[in-house]
Design a protein around this ligand. Sequence first.
Ligand SMILES: [Zn+2]
Length: 287
Amino acid sequence: MKWRGRRGSGNIIDRRRMGGRVSGRRGVAVGGAGGFGLLAIVVVGYFLGVDLTPLLDEGQMQTGGGGEITAADDEAAQFVSVTLADTEEIWADIFQSELDATYDPAELVLFKGATQSACGGASAATGPFYCPPEERIFLDTGFFTTLERQLGARGDFAAAYVVAHEVAHHVQNELGVLDEVNAVRQRSDEATSNALSVRIELQADCFSGIWARRAEAMFGSLEPGDIEEAMNAAARIGDDTLQREASRTVRPDSFTHGSSEQRQRWFATGYERGSVAACDTFATDRL
Ligand SMILES: [Zn+2]
């Protein structure tokens, strides 16, 4: 992806040099340090993150050096800022042309190590997530290393897809989809709630595909291999793949994000068809 030297977003909140901010929260006893991480993931998992629970259970997560900011973190921060700016322009255009509405962009909080959100504590182990009541995305700049080294999703466009996916949850929030579906989830049994979560997530993947298509058309920012990087990332964070990699039994009724095949297919649907209407994962029998 061509991103160096391009315009960044004005909606970045950089908390990476505020390391002491959540020290009080860390002290809450919930079963030791690992317990805190697990609790955070369970809470955040409901709030639309990349689900890293299988990795955590296996003790495979390496949360890096906490608050230490590296050159790679700074590069990641610039990359995220440019990618976010692209999503703002793209969704403003789609809202106007396709939905006759105005897009109100999300803010994106960059942190390193740990921070606090209205959806619970965020740590390096939680993975990026969107917090609907705050209308903010939370992202630890160390996550891209996890994405590449532990999840096997290489390439800058894999990282851009993750940012676009979280932005897509904000788009769903703006469209009223999240409120509507979460209200139903709250009075549903677990299997039904999970199934609805999968539809939310696959729609976000489809929206990410729309974003990729527009980025190509509006900015010419895609390079050969970029779509393949996003498709590989979609496969690597599919629920069946994550469960299998963690040596767990693959249980489709426990899926909250969709299988690798589904995530790839819905990203591809968004990319190929390019319209919000093509991403109605709630109106199809075949996910
Ligand atoms: Zn998601």
